[in-house]
Design a protein around this ligand. Structure first.
Ligand SMILES: NC(=O)c1ccc[n+]([C@@H]2O[C@H](COP(=O)([O-])OP(=O)(O)OC[C@H]3O[C@@H](n4cnc5c(N)ncnc54)[C@H](O)[C@@H]3O)[C@@H](O)[C@H]2O)c1
Ligand SMILES: O=P(O)(O)OC[C@H](O)CO
Length: 351
């Protein structure tokens, strides 16, 4: 892989960017910004790793071989990273999101745009990452970046589409300008809630899909699973105030297809290993990277119960992982359960 991308037309938008989180996705997003000639800091908490990345000009641990553009600086100095930033992307897993946002609270410029790229939900209060940004840093424009975006394929320069969602039109325009290139296309959506919920919820169904593959499911079964997952996601999304049409876009059906059909998805791989009878703790330890779906499953199962939302796939996966029910028993129950409507939002529904 090369430092510059020949199909990319360099732009001079020159926004100062901070990307917080030195994992695979943070690194990919930071380098896209830097390749577009935006001076960019990639912040990681591990000082030794930041120094090594800066010295060898790549993040060898997460994305080996992906060379940093000249305007990318890896650092563990949070103040240096955010103090002048026009835009701050937060790209740490949901478990550490609030902690990191609190750290930047006294440092960040009053007019900085804030964007979450994290696909998870905070359990305590069912809080979305954009809501954490709004709670901890009120007054800032907030956006959510989500879509079918494997970091591994972004760094391989595979042509990729994503979605920036915000109710702030200037934020949308600015993020499109700093990220878009010949290989990276950024679509707009005003439904921040829908885009964010879609990105978080699809991880649950990627686990189910991986599990189904391990058990030898055929194409009919996969097609049914993915389509019913979409129905379930959009049902929950609309109950939570999202526009169900958002789930038909890249952040919804796009990301669902991606992660339910590829073993590049860590959530899919967790499901595949579970389907082969491996213990969850061992799988997660071995993975060494975040698979948000396991936590999201717990948070969503509880919320669905509380709000009485019909989510048989979530309920079934929860029973398998956390109550130890055999997968075959749960799958049978799903198959012989109530037969309901194919497409909701057409005047007929479960409730
Ligand atoms: N990898 C992808 O393809 C991809 C694509 C789109 C979105 N995402 C989302 O982006 C988020 C991050 O994923 P990733 O793939 O980069 O994860 P990762 O496991 O590759 O890396 C996570 C990084 O965050 C750091 N981190 C964890 N907790 C932290 C804390 N409390 N403070 C500071 N740093 C902390 C880790 O040290 C690590 O560097 C997830 O929510 C994921 O769903 C990932
Ligand atoms: O590897 P996963 O399952 O976390 O998926 C990564 C991204 O969300 C794909 O869009």
């Amino acid at each position: 892989m090369t430092e510059a991308n020949s199909s990319m037309s360099p732009k001079q938008s020159g926004k100062r960017i901070a990307v917080l989180g030195g994992g695979s996705f943070g690194t990919a997003i930071a380098n896209i910004c830097a390749l577009n000639n935006n001076p960019t800091y990639l912040w990681m908490r591990d000082a030794a790793r930041a120094a090594l990345c800066q010295q060898v000009r790549e993040n060898s641990h997460y994305v080996p071989g992906y060379k940093f553009a000249p305007s990318l600086i890896a650092t563990s100095d949070l103040r240096a990273a955010v103090v002048d930033a026009d835009i701050v992307f937060v790209s740490v897993p949901s478990s550490g999101f609030r902690e990191v946002v609190r750290l930047i609270q006294p440092l960040v410029r009053a007019d900085a745009l804030l964007v979450s790229t994290t696909k998870g939900i905070e359990g305590n209060g069912f809080t979305l990452m954009s809501e954490i940004l709004e709670q901890e840093l009120p007054q800032h424009p907030v956006g959510v970046l989500s879509g079918p975006n494997f970091a591994k394929e972004i760094v391989e320069q595979q042509q990729t589409g994503t979605v920036i969602a915000s109710d702030d039109a200037n934020l949308i325009k600015t993020i499109q300008a700093v990220l878009s290139s010949g290989n990276f296309r950024v679509y707009a959506n005003k439904d921040k809630r829908g885009v964010e919920l879609a990105g978080a919820l699809k991880n649950i169904y990627a686990i189910i899909s991986g599990m189904a593959t391990a058990l030898g499911a055929g194409s009919n079964t996969h097609a049914m699973l993915i389509t019913r997952s979409l129905a379930e996601m959009s049902r929950m999304g609309s109950k939570l105030g999202a526009n169900p049409m958002t789930f038909l876009g890249l952040a919804g059906v796009g990301d669902l297809i991606l992660t339910c059909t590829s073993d590049l998805s860590r959530n899919y791989r967790v499901g595949f290993a579970l389907g082969h009878g491996r213990a969850l703790d061992d799988i997660v330890t071995e993975l060494g990277q975040v698979a948000e779906g396991v936590n999201t499953l717990q948070v969503v199962a509880q919320k669905a119960k509380q709000m009485d939302v019909y989510m048989p796939l979530v309920k079934g996966l929860y029973a398998v992982i956390f109550n130890g029910l055999p997968i075959s028993e749960v799958a049978h129950k799903l198959m012989v359960g109530e037969q309901n409507y194919d497409v909701e939002f057409m005047g007929e529904s479960h409730d």
